[in-house]
Design a protein around this ligand. Structure first.
Ligand code: SAM
Ligand code: SF4
Length: 331
């Protein structure tokens, strides 16, 4: 069943949903969670697989064809590959991807590929074991790299992207090693500017290592050439001039891409968010559990999406950081 496309009040068509399947995580990345973790949602508060599939089905009928499963750490949700298979089977879902910290990929990569996940983003912030530990508070780099290697054996999963958060006074030392990694492996490394979604609300603009700085640093050693920009892509992609590999720069702070934003988010407890930095959320779980019909649920979604924020105000005077962290929103 095809419905009217989903559109916001600024004329943007929505084509992409990020679904957080859990707020829990087995890492404690400095920029995302406090060392002691967060008060987790109760099991009953989290959407069931059937509820997620219903919402994704409704969204897909409205033209939201790209679905990314994230968290928290999606692979810690019990039977996650079964959920992935359910979502892959939803009519209208054309692209199913997963963002993971990679810790459980050795265990789950095969099941996820078989389930129909075709694109994987694996977060790795450092290629040095001690610095990886410093940032994630887990001594897990060797296991993550083994997971990546295992994932790379499945041709269906390519290209694999690696995401590193770019933080001043940490990431500078990682830039060239990551560029070399991108040149000698099949992975596209992407640097994401550190955003004010940290648990400690300690973010300041000067802690962001910008995409422009990273580009200059890499270009000085390994010359880069820009690739044409794909519509709605958050990343500016560069290939190495000698043809060996690619680097992506995601610059939400220094070069916001809001004008072109086609995405919405669903939290693990069933709230619709129209921007990473939204201060308002729309509860979809309560009406669903009260037996709302699809027609009415569609109306609730349309009304919320109509009010999608024109742009974020990160770095501007008066910016208010959302109370939820990236882990609780679903990055
Ligand atoms: N646990 C999975 C992972 O780490 O890939 C999925 C969820 S995580 C919240 C999704 C992405 O958000 C990761 O790539 C992570 O590095 C990024 N992230 C988390 N907090 C961030 C922040 N404050 N600024 C920029 N990126 C952030
Ligand atoms: Fe967990 Fe991902 Fe947040 Fe790190 S970035 S604490 S792996 S949710």
């Amino acid at each position: 069943m095809e419905l009217e496309p989903l559109r916001d009040g600024h004329g943007r068509l929505i084509g992409d949903v990020r679904v957080s399947v859990t707020d829990r995580c087995n890492f404690r990345c400095q920029y995302c969670m406090p060392a002691e973790g967060l008060p987790w949602l109760e099991r009953a508060e989290i959407l069931t697989f059937e509820e997620i599939a219903r919402l994704v089905g409704l969204l897909a009928a409205m033209g939201v064809h790209d679905v990314r499963l994230t968290g928290g750490e999606p692979l810690v949700r019990r039977e996650f590959p079964r959920l992935a298979a359910m979502i892959a089977a939803v009519p209208g879902v054309e692209d199913l991807s997963v963002t993971t910290n990679g810790f459980l990929l050795e265990r789950d990569a095969e099941a996820l590929v078989r389930a129909g996940v075709t694109r994987f983003n694996v977060s790795v912030d450092s290629l040095q074991q001690d610095r990886f530990f410093q940032l994630t508070r887990r001594d897990a780099l060797p296991q993550v790299l083994r997971g990546l290697q295992h994932l790379a054996t499945f041709p269906e999963a390519h290209p694999i992207k690696i995401n590193a958060v770019a933080i001043r006074e940490f990431t500078e030392e990682e830039v060239i090693p990551f560029a070399e990694f991108a040149r000698r492996t099949p992975y596209e490394v992407r640097f994401i500017e550190f955003m004010p979604l940290d648990a400690d609300h300690a973010w300041t603009p000067d802690q962001v290592l910008t995409g422009a700085e990273i580009r200059t640093a890499i270009d000085a050693v390994y010359p880069l050439e820009p690739e044409p920009r794909e519509p709605h892509s958050t990343a500016r992609v560069y290939r190495f001039a000698d043809g060996l590999g690619k680097i992506g720069l995601i610059n939400p702070v220094s070069e916001p891409f809001c004008a072109d934003c086609n995405r919405i988010r669903l939290t693990a407890d069933g709230r619709l968010r129209t921007c990473l930095f939204s201060l308002n959320e729309t509860d979809l779980r309560t009406p669903m559990r009260e037996g709302v019909a699809d027609l009415e649920l569609e109306e609730i979604i349309r009304t919320a999406v109509w009010r999608k924020e024109l742009k974020h105000h990160v770095g501007e005077p008066g910016f208010i950081q959302p109370p939820r962290t990236m882990s609780a929103i679903g990055g």
